[in-house]
Write a protein that binds this ligand. Structure first.
Ligand code: SF4
Ligand code: SF4
Length: 422
């Protein structure tokens, strides 16, 4: 039996001495059901991909360290003492580690599982409120109306400035100007010949805060001949609840949403952060930019009318979960007058990872603080990204710095480019 009074020290010693962590007995079913941790061969290939490791250079903040912690928890070698809980809480759930692991360690399943048994967070957090809103469409609409009233009366921005702590930060992350109305459900028929029908998933918060993305998607898709349906929204995929360890609630939300969709209609997902859950909502599910790349009609060109320098941000979810890191960039390459700029974040993540924005505000801010210094110079005319959380992080940082650079979903740029065509 190993005794680990402080896992941080334990891992530092192992890292320094090079003592491999493979001398543990093979894993038997443990007390938390954290299976397959022993698949990790400690090769360290995942470490340079892990944003929290890149930020801290601490083994406990790495996937390998967290896997070893979960193994130790499962075997009863450590308990949920504060250092252990912190190391696990700091994980963004981005799965950049899982995507490169040669031993196929199911990191996502492990971190999801351990979060279901971790002690509840102490102190005030907005996360449970937000998850509650995502579960109940009526409450979500009420919350949206409240924010809209605050925005119309000009109180939303000053409130965000005066409030400190998590509430103030959450208000400062909201889109500004606040959208005039949420996504509207409906059906749209192409004016010309039709091809395959598709449905757009208007998720919980994206249905409130990115209606322009859905408007653009409807226009581009119908232009290309696809009849489009947006079912009555909001429809939550359960990602926020799963991030917080509420897996049963997440599964309930997925089931509810699935029952309201036609499983035979291909479902398009605008936010790459919803991808992991949304895959289970219908028989055919596509991330929107990847679908558009495949569906681009032959011989069709699009142009923006003037040269535009565009920085393409690739969310972790787009590269590690959708596995289409170049989809947005390739879409932009199809548009005349677009100049693509190299853009990479130092930690590889913006910190806008679903409920992490609310659950881990300090850590999320640490990641956000490296966004602006990473922007290409001279500054781009616009930034594109495929995830709402990332977009909110960027917009809040740009506002804070007094910079006006639109942050859009790639489909909004396409819509603009096609809007110029006859
Ligand atoms: S890449 Fe996989 S096997 Fe290697 S250290 Fe990371 S989790 Fe373990
Ligand atoms: S999910 Fe992301 S933050 Fe968490 S350990 Fe893996 S790479 Fe690091």
């Amino acid at each position: 039996m190993l005794h680990l009074p402080d896992p941080r020290i334990y891992y530092c010693i192992q890292t320094v001495t090079g003592n491999p962590m493979t001398d543990c007995p093979p894993s038997a079913p443990g007390r938390y059901g954290l299976e397959r941790t022993d698949q990790c061969v400690k090769c360290a290939l995942c470490l340079p991909r892990c944003p929290t490791y890149r930020l801290t250079a601490l083994e406990t903040e790495s996937p390998r360290g967290r896997i070893r912690l979960m193994e130790a928890l499962d075997r009863g070698e450590v308990g949920f003492d504060p250092a252990v809980v912190e190391a696990l809480e700091h994980c963004l759930g981005c799965l950049s580690c899982e995507a490169v692991c040669p031993a196929s360690v199911p990191y996502g399943a492990l971190i999801d599982r351990v979060r279901t048994v971790m002690p509840a967070k102490r102190g005030f957090s907005l996360e449970p409120w937000v998850i509650g809103f995502s579960e109940h469409p009526r409450r979500l609409r009420f919350f949206d109306r409240l924010l809209r009233i605050l925005a119309r009366t000009g109180l939303l921005t000053p409130l965000g400035r005066v409030l400190t702590g998590p509430s103030g930060r959450a208000l400062r992350l909201l889109p500004n100007p606040y959208p005039r109305q949420p996504v509207q459900a409906g059906r749209w028929i192409p004016s010309g010949p039709s091809t395959g029908r598709v449905a757009l998933l208007a998720g919980c918060f994206s249905s409130l805060w990115s209606p322009a993305t859905y408007d653009s998607a409807v226009r581009v898709l119908t232009r290309w001949g696809h009849p489009v349906e947006i079912p009555e929204s909001p429809l939550c995929c359960g990602a926020l609840a799963r991030h917080s360890g509420a897996e049963t609630r997440a599964a309930r939300q997925r089931e509810k949403t699935r029952s309201r969709l036609d499983p035979s209609t291909p479902l398009l997902v605008t936010d790459s952060g919803c991808w992991r859950e949304a895959r289970e909502l219908a028989d055919d599910v596509y991330e929107l930019t990847s679908f558009l790349l495949r569906a681009w009609p032959q011989g069709v060109h699009a142009a923006l009318g003037k040269s535009q320098r565009i920085a393409v941000h690739v969310p972790c979810s787009q590269s590690a979960q959708v596995h289409q890191p170049r989809a947005a960039e390739q879409l932009m390459e199809h548009i005349d007058q677009v100049v693509l700029l190299p853009f990479e974040l130092p930690e590889g993540c913006c910190g806008g990872a679903g409920s992490y924005l609310l659950a881990m505000p300090e850590w999320s801010s640490r990641f956000a603080s490296s966004l602006l210094p990473a922007l290409p110079q001279p500054l781009p005319d616009r930034i594109v990204t495929t995830n709402l959380g990332c977009r909110m992080q960027f917009e809040a940082e740009l506002r804070r710095a007094g910079l006006v650079i639109p942050v859009q979903h790639p489909v909004e740029v396409l819509d603009e480019a096609f809007g110029r065509l006859p």
